[in-house]
Design a protein around this ligand. Structure first.
Ligand code: ADP
Length: 415
């Protein structure tokens, strides 16, 4: 893998985009490319494989959608999918589909969202009628491959979005099968907040001399988001949450819990005191999850209690507060949770409740983000033993590995 140096791009005009795309970007209100867009788009337009390390909320979706849209053949020329975007959750699939539609403004483009939990008959009909871009979750995409309803012969680009998350959830076999079914000379774009060995191994096996772009350091949530923690006894977390919500008066908040049952329990407690709160976890019906998300988007919901799986990838710019009611199970989850606020440079604040004995988790989070969290307090909640003083150390970056086996690359352009 080859690390690539950032280019100095501060306008979309420098990116060699078609007039219709420039108009769509203006219409979407995008004035200048975000760092991941500035770096990824030129390589992607040149047909190269790219690994982009960037957290959610940094404009990754447009970074891979723009080069795909710019190079699509029209539906008259090709009725089979040309690009497949694989994402970890149903909500993210909808969101990516919507964003791609927005950027496709001005050009007829067929985009199908193939997410689990949704009506398969409709998806089959859509595929039968011809699509250019498919956005889906690994399970449902795999399902369509098995039914032979998803044809991959014409696919020239595969995007793996939030690759680290997909591997965490256990989607490796489905992802590998999707990749193996696509033509070998395709382009592969892999986006991930982190590059643990599992992601690197996937990249080594299925990508060809990928460019590595690292936008994670300067865009880490810590830059624009104030992050604090409270120490609190387990049985007083509910009271602390009440007091914190009262103090903060959030515009919109997501409260993260570790388990589905914990989420349900906290939601039941909260709804006695707050009219506009909702909950979301993986056991809920898809229709219900969509409804909750829409209410959040419409600002009918002020507080959402959620687990990590569904919390990830939610792009709602009005979320002002993240509250980690339970500390996240691993540090990457922390980065993702906190990434729900402060999107595209807006201010946000994140609070983490730490119970005695969880000091080490706090320390490892601080090591991961390379920053100390500020201790906060509310009257009546100071009595708990503080966790051991954390030490902040610089994270070692793993050495980049080089991969051989160059493959023929296509360079395509929409005129
Ligand atoms: P990610 O895919 O990294 O999670 P998104 O693509 O969802 O992030 O982007 C977050 C938000 O920022 C979206 O609402 C998107 O429309 C907006 N956005 C993306 N790129 C730009 C840009 N260059 N200028 C302004 N807003 C942008």
């Amino acid at each position: 893998m080859e690390s690539s140096i950032a280019q100095d791009v501060d306008s979309f005009d420098q990116l060699d985009l078609s007039p219709v795309m420039r108009r769509a970007l203006r219409h979407a209100g995008f004035e200048k490319p975000s760092p991941i867009q500035a770096q990824l788009i030129p390589f992607a337009l040149d047909g190269e494989d790219v690994i982009g390390q960037a957290r959610t909320g940094t404009g990754k979706t447009a970074a891979f959608s723009i080069p795909i849209l710019e190079q699509l053949d029209s539906l008259e020329d090709c009725r089979d999918p040309q690009a497949i975007v694989v994402v970890p959750t149903r909500e993210l699939a909808d969101q990516v589909g919507r964003e791609a539609e927005r950027l496709a403004r001005g050009v007829d483009t067929e985009i199908a969202v193939l997410a689990g939990g949704k009506n398969i008959t409709r998806q089959l009909r859509q595929l039968e009628n011809g699509v250019q871009i498919v956005v889906g979750t690994p399970g449902r995409l795999h399902d369509h491959l098995q039914r032979r309803s998803l044809r991959t012969d014409s696919v020239w680009c595969v995007v793996l979005d939030e690759a680290d998350r997909m591997l965490d959830i256990g989607f490796r076999p489905q992802i590998e099968r999707i990749l193996r079914r696509c033509p070998r000379d395709r382009q592969t774009l892999l986006l991930s907040a982190t590059l643990p060995p599992t992601v690197r191994r996937l990249a080594e096996s299925y990508m060809s001399q990928p460019r590595v772009i690292d936008c994670s350091k300067n865009e880490m949530a810590v830059e624009t988001i104030e992050q604090r923690y409270f120490t609190v006894a387990q049985n007083r977390k509910g009271d602390l949450l009440d007091r914190l919500l009262e103090r903060e008066q959030p515009e919109q908040a997501i409260v993260f819990c570790r388990t589905k049952r914990g989420t349900d329990r906290l939601y039941r407690q909260l709804k006695h005191t707050h009219d506009n709160c909702g909950s979301m976890h993986g056991d809920m019906q898809q229709r219900e999850r969509d409804r909750v998300l829409q209410s959040l988007r419409d600002r009918k919901l002020k507080i959402l209690v959620a687990t990590d799986v569904v919390g990830r990838g939610i792009d709602i710019s009005t979320i002002s507060h993240i509250i980690n009611y339970d500390v996240p199970q691993d540090c990457d989850d922390y980065v993702h949770r906190v990434g729900r606020t402060g999107r595209m440079g807006r201010d946000g604040v994140a609070f983490t409740f730490v119970v005695p004995g969880e000091g080490e988790v706090l320390t490892s989070i601080e090591q991961r983000i390379n920053k100390e969290l500020k201790r906060d307090s509310i009257e009546g909640f100071e009595a708990v033993e503080p966790p051991p003083k954390p030490k902040v150390v610089e994270e070692d970056s793993e050495p980049a590995r080089k991969r051989l086996n160059p493959m023929h690359r296509k360079v395509r352009r929409r005129l």
